[in-house]
Design a protein around this ligand. Structure first.
Ligand code: FE2
Length: 425
């Protein structure tokens, strides 16, 4: 045994357990394990959870906010225009530096698996090259999957399709797409079909930016679902964003969710970006910009939460916290019911491992890689409410991040009162 965690809770309200780690894997999870002189950490009854996962982020754009300028309208289109400007002068070194820094932010927030998109529409493919370098550089702290992402469309230029194929040859893991950005509905269908063909050719996963618009006529998720069923690729396929689903008429949405369930596909929602980018032209009343999270979840479709942007032209804020993303979604998706709050936690942990196709190596169980975080709380409720600190982040038995929570005192009536924002028990 190399590491022993004492007094852990694996789930809210559960019994205290001890966790033994040896050679980077969980050796035992039992009520009481005697120490052998190895390093011990007292979890103090706090939650010990598997790593958070960010299944959707654009590491090639992170930490670029304000360069060359800030997005003043807050719209997707201005974001794409600013990104286009930035791409002209972007170097591999800048992308790598910013991406590695953002990965560290995510790790400090308990994330150890990341799926990033890499824009393939720049003919130099500098972004792909840079993110492949990042994947290698951070592998001691996080596992990274890279998606070939045609930001400007696959069929909007003659180079779009060959660049996607070249990215796959360079070693990218996942095929992307962006059907709603193609010039026509027909090209959008071809965009999805191309992604499936490329994924079959390179034995890759699929994760398509699909229907990321308020346009209720944008219906490419159904094309993905049909192909996921026909090809049998099912759980290897993910629809990212799917925001137009919010605006579909209810009869069509009901039918579509049934097909999605049958397809076994995954859906990723991105609360930060989708809450500010979509339905921007509505005026009032102003519709929400994200997909139908509660309906999808209630009908058994695997939904997970992505961060999407961290300080870039599309979304200027963020610090790489999946708990913060889940907290925001609780508000914008009307998911403040007690059970729903726990479902949101699943959407940044277990559900996301299914989306990433990494569930077989995920979780706190004997024999699996010893990857986990010790939170500063014993309830999921407070983890989301307080955006709980990760006191320790452990990867294959090594501590890769530590945090010391802030101490606060209020001086009142001549006495100092400690404040931790928790209910007194
Ligand atoms: Fe995205």
């Amino acid at each position: 045994m190399d590491l022993l965690i004492k007094n852990a809770k694996l789930k809210e309200g559960g019994a205290y357990v001890d966790i033994a780690v040896e050679n980077g894997v969980f050796q035992a999870v039992e009520q009481s394990i005697a120490g052998n002189g190895c390093k011990e950490i007292d979890a103090g009854g706090n939650l010990v959870v598997p790593p958070f996962i960010d299944p959707h982020v654009h590491l090639d754009a992170v930490l670029s906010v304000g360069d060359p300028q800030f997005n003043n309208t807050g719209t997707l289109l201005e974001g794409i225009r600013i990104w286009g400007e930035r791409k002209k002068t972007l170097t591999k070194e800048v992308i790598v530096d910013n991406a590695v820094e953002a990965v560290k932010w995510e790790v400090a927030n308990g994330v150890q698996q990341i799926r990033t998109h890499a824009d393939t529409t720049d003919p130099t493919l500098t972004t792909v090259e840079a993110l492949l370098e990042v994947k290698e550089a951070v592998k001691d702290i996080a596992d990274v999957q890279i998606v070939a992402f045609p930001q400007d469309g696959i069929f909007t230029s003659k180079d779009g399709a060959p660049l996607m194929e070249k990215a796959m040859q360079m070693g990218v893991d996942v095929v992307g797409g962006i059907p709603h950005n193609e010039f026509t509905r027909e090209d959008g269908v071809a965009d999805v079909e191309f992604a499936f063909e490329l994924a079959e050719k390179y034995d890759a996963l699929i994760d398509i930016h699909v229907d990321e618009t308020g346009d209720d006529q944008s219906r490419f998720v159904e094309v993905m679902a049909k192909l996921a069923i026909e090809t049998g690729m099912g759980s290897r396929v993910t629809a990212s964003h799917a925001t137009s689903m919010h605006n579909f008429n209810n009869d069509y949405a009901f039918k579509l969710i049934g097909i999605l369930k049958r397809s076994n596909m995954n859906v990723i929602t991105n609360p930060f970006d989708n809450s500010v980018l979509q339905n921007r032209t509505d005026g009032y009343p102003r519709r929400r910009g994200h997909t139908r999270v509660d309906e999808l979840d209630a009908r058994g479709v695997n939904v997970s939460i992505g961060h999407d942007s961290i300080m870039d032209p599309w979304y200027p804020m963020g610090k790489g916290s999946m708990l913060q993303a889940a907290n925001l979604l609780m508000h914008t998706a009307h998911m403040s019911g007690y059970d729903q709050i726990h479902r949101l936690f699943e959407m940044i942990t277990d559900n996301t491992a299914v989306t990433m196709n990494t569930a077989d190596k995920y979780g706190i169980e004997k024999g699996k890689p010893a990857n986990f975080s010790i939170l500063d709380t014993d309830t999921v409720f407070d983890a989301l409410r307080l955006n709980s600190e990760c006191l320790y982040v452990v990867r294959e038995g090594r501590i890769i991040s530590e945090a010391v929570p802030a101490k606060r005192k209020v001086i009142h009536d001549g006495y100092e009162h400690d404040i931790d924002f928790k209910l007194k028990k």
